[in-house]
Design a protein around this ligand. Sequence first.
Ligand code: GLP
Length: 249
Amino acid sequence: EKIPTVIFDDSDEASRVAAREIASEIREKVNQGEMCVLGLPTGSSPIGVYAELIRMHREEGLSFRQVITFNLDEFYPMGQASVHSYHQYMYKHFFNQIDILPENVYIPRGDLSLNEVYQFCRDFDKKIVDAGGIDIQLLGIGRTGHIGFNEPGSQLNSKTRMIVLDTITKQDAARGFGGMTKVPQRAITMGIDNIMKARKVILLGFGEAKTSILQKTIEGPVTEQVPASYLQQHPNAKIYLDMAAAMQL
Ligand code: GLP
């Protein structure tokens, strides 16, 4: 395998291990008097990690006051108040239940006019740099091989930008939106370059639907056709799988 991969009994176990790594990174940074910068995904895969971090906050006093977060992506167009927005997802599943400071939360905006998007993306990239870069980037993976919303064709040097969603991605999102035609055509996503510059990357791959794309990601050639395969070139990336997702390895 070309990306270090750990197969866990189930996704809960994988999520607990990932959450513990994030927590120790936070504590280490706090001990050094520094901010900890996290890159965060949405989707079903990271929910267990957020749940475990919330538990650690409540029961073990893990604080997020010295944490800065950058979310990977947001649909476009998408209002922040929409139940479909990643903005709502993040507050519901994580931020509302921890002590992170609102000014330390960065999520791509889906509610800007088209002529504002480019500058927003440049500012987003700059904020990541100004924060000192991402310490840990947590990732899910789409059936197209996307990380964030970097669909096939995404270049290694790509930065935060607007992209057009793949048909498969829209099909997967259709259930939540109540039909394919209601899924936005586009999204704003951090680029492959932003992800590759993170000092540590953990990709969560759970469930049977991901087996084929994970096999290509982990064992196949590095290709823009499978954007997650770029992680083979990352010095400190690893993949956490449950049993179901590991079937084709
Ligand atoms: C969406 C997100 C991705 C996520 C993917 C997989 O498209 N933009 O960041 O990784 O879905 O989602 P799930 O974890 O629900 O399978």
